[in-house]
Design a protein. Sequence first.
Length: 322
Amino acid sequence: MIIKQSLVLFISLLLSLLFISKANATCEMTGDALNTSNGVGTPVNDIGDAGIGDACNYVPDTYQVEFYRMSLCTSNPDVAGEAQPDLSSCVDMLSETGATTQVNIVGTTETALDVPDFTIPAGNYPYMVARLSARLGIKHAFEATTPVAWANGSVQDPGTYCWTVNNVLTGIDNRDGQITPFGTTVDAGNADQSNMQCSNTASDVSNAEFSYEVVYVNDENGCASFDFNDGDRADAGNVGNGEGISRMMQSATTSATSCANTNSILWTIDLTTPLVVTETSNFVMNFRTTDAVSIDFNGGASDNPLIVKVGADPIQAYLTVN
């Protein structure tokens, strides 16, 4: 049976623990403003997690992710110890074409995403798979309760209104100028370069652009620990609806051998409860971006809180078949 998929972006998957080393927290707000009054080096309070510190998480204004494929599989496509994934048992909801399907998840609103018709044969599917771009986008702006400084080669005048700019790629381990298919990545902190600007003019936040973070390694120790034997395959543990596995890829079927040739991530979930597809099944994909933007300050700032970057943290998503 040919089923017309309606992927409803419902903000609530696939990326549940993509950044294995990062924990979620919620920024303390004063009204609609980010509370930055806890001290210059530790300006924010991440409620329910680490408390007062130099970083916290919030709902991004817009989260951008690009999918190459979404599939269901009858056998494990990513077996530990194998150099390459085996996708031969998978059937596609979104098929590999070499192009990506871009999803912009805006705040907590619902957005419809149309995809081409697809056929899912009736049966049980214990595995979900997606290949997504290693470059994740965030567009975000905030008002702070105290003036926030930003850097552009040197520290700039502070302001209480801050917004993202597309001037630097960020990532977990790019202090040595790692080269990726997306270009030269620059560590925003070490290069004295924020991916945000701030001013005291409220209307300036309308200048917000997408800023991009590249995820090209699973090991929190960075590129020096990249396992070239299997695309730096890592077990993310329980992600809510099953066991998650992340593998860095350089093409649809070939694992990456280093940070430098990583352009995408194969994300597999060994589902706790297999999806049961019948001839009358309907599919709904739900995404959740709560805590998916990390707002990071410089813990060594001395005059005003100094914004280093906002980064893309994991989203969650669930596929419902009924």
